[in-house]
Design a protein around this ligand. Structure first.
Ligand SMILES: *Cc1c(COP(=O)(O)O)cnc(C)c1O
Length: 489
């Protein structure tokens, strides 16, 4: 019986309906706010049409991110109650170290307050002016820290990765030929490390295969370059390997994870994602790496046995890491994403396919094909969708890009509205509401207009930036909503 798949798509319905089944029950709930559309219009103006600037009291379904928003388990919460609060030598940290060793196969752990803090430390330690970091794709904070240290990046995906509608199982694969060319062009001494991100967050949460990582490892060995794995979304990446890579269909989550991590010299992660808690870490089996980074943790984060993380969260991380091995848990978000993407596609809505991890991604370039990239179609779609539904997604397009060193806009490869599906947070009827409102907006898409910045910070502008609509399109959208839905919320 052990060989039976334990995931939320594995239960067949007598009716033949194909829906993911929740394999958990809800024991603590939080009331949501579905405020009238007129209030949401005010909230958008108050927040500069930037969904990061909204208050949760105006938000119905918060699909901004999966970061620190995954539902925690009863076991995680109970572990938090036995946290051993101590500045140094905490037993909670020892338990976390053991979890990292058991699940990720790395003996040495440097705790940090979240994923970007790990990127900061790796940047300070290894990236200098003239450094080149090849990667499958960048993440906002990874890029910001590398450029802050004077380095550059090279994104080396295969062309398939940039195709919106695809059935390629591993769009996050590193382009092996391009990697070797990049090393030859820049010289191995200027490459502090190769970075593999599981799963490419900004272009649809797309995984890479074990075979691809083996190929990257072979190149890293050939040139003597370290391989760094950003494991923030490694759990779901491993789950999709089990689903999509034939060699691994009968392997356990534990085996797949260790296969991945065994190939990395350095692993870092955001525990806000990987272990459904908060915090982060850098881990390795290389004592030399550990020693190179050791002094930076007390300098920037906190003492080596807490690294700026609350000790309670250290306990939650340890339990959360073990729970990553549980297929009933790790399959939940990808199964809901798959449902959302496939149902939306049936209605003609342009979505990134195949469905990936962390969220469903709407292709704003096509949805809002009448809005030029200079007016931020993904930002406009995120604002419009919040306005008509109360669902808060995140812009993952040009607003999330940073200007180049000459201050020019760099337009994103993809303009996406990301609707994050944190683990075990939403019910299927809520997902159906998302699809329903998305369809209404799609049928009224010509009414969505563009945005322009009136406040634009120079670093990570998407967090704090403020924009305004280029016309009165939001008011017109509200009027159409009222005409169609009457006095519905
Ligand atoms: C979220 C994320 C990070 C940064 O982690 P934080 O905890 O938000 O600082 C880094 N890499 C990837 C792939 C991520 O998804």
């Amino acid at each position: 019986m052990d060989s039976l798949s334990q995931n939320s798509s594995a239960v067949k319905f007598y009716s033949g309906e194909n829906i993911p089944l929740e394999l958990h029950k809800v024991r603590i709930v939080q009331k949501l706010h579905l405020v009238p559309i007129e209030r949401r219009l005010e909230a958008l103006y108050e927040g500069g049409f930037n969904t990061f600037q909204l208050n949760t009291t105006d938000v119905f379904l918060d699909m901004l991110t999966d970061s620190g928003t995954n539902a925690m388990s009863d076991k995680q919460l109970s572990a938090m109650m036995i946290a051993d609060d101590a500045y140094a030598g905490s037993q909670s940290f020892i338990r976390l170290q053991k979890a990292v060793d058991d699940v990720l196969g790395k003996k040495y752990l440097l705790p940090v307050h979240q994923g970007r803090a790990a990127e900061h430390i790796l940047g300070v330690a290894y990236v200098k002016k003239g450094s080149m970091v090849p990667m499958n794709y960048h993440f906002t904070t990874a890029l910001a820290h590398i450029t802050e240290c004077g380095g550059q990046i090279s994104e080396l995906l295969y062309p398939e990765a940039y195709k919106i509608d695809s059935d390629h199982p591993f769009k996050g694969n590193m382009n092996i030929e391009a990697l070797e060319e990049c090393i030859q062009k820049h010289g191995k001494d200027n490459i502090p490390y190769i970075r593999m991100e599981a799963s490419t967050n900004l272009i649809g949460g797309q995984p890479f295969s074990v075979q691809n990582m083996r190929d990257v490892r072979a190149i890293a060995d050939k040139y003597g370059i370290r391989l760094v794995l950003d494991a923030s979304l490694l759990g779901e990446n491993a789950y999709l390997v089990k689903q999509r890579e034939a060699e691994f269909q009968d392997k356990s989550m534990a085996e797949i994870l260790l296969t991945f991590t065994g190939m990395a010299d350095i692993i870092y992660f955001s525990a806000r994602k990987l272990s459904s808690s908060r915090g982060g870490g850098i881990c390795t089996n290389d004592i030399k790496v550990y020693k190179e980074l050791e002094a930076l943790v007390p300098l920037f984060e906190g003492f080596l046995t807490y690294g700026g993380i609350s000790i309670r969260e250290v306990e939650a991380m340890a339990v959360g890491l073990y729970e990553t091995l549980d297929e009933t848990m790790i399959s939940q978000s990808p199964s809901f994403i798959k449902y959302l993407v496939e149902e939306a596609k049936k209605l003609g809505i342009p979505m990134i396919t195949p469905p990936g991890v962390l969220g469903a991604h709407v292709d704003a370039m096509s949805f809002c094909s009448h809005i030029p990239q200079t007016q931020y179609p993904a930002g406009a779609l995120a604002a419009a969708f919040f306005l008509i539904s109360g669902v808060r997604g995140m812009e993952r397009g040009s607003v999330s890009n940073q200007r180049d060193e000459n201050g020019n806009e760099t337009y994103a490869d993809m303009e996406l509205l990301r609707l994050a599906v944190p683990r075990r947070v939403f019910t299927l009827s809520q997902v159906k509401y998302v699809i329903d409102r998305l369809k209404w907006l799609y049928d009224n898409r010509e009414m969505i207009g563009g945005l322009k910045f009136y406040y634009e910070p120079s670093v990570l502008r998407f967090f704090m930036g403020k924009l305004e609509p280029t016309s009165d399109w939001p008011q017109k959208l509200v009027a159409k909503f009222r005409a169609d839905f009457g006095d519905s919320l």
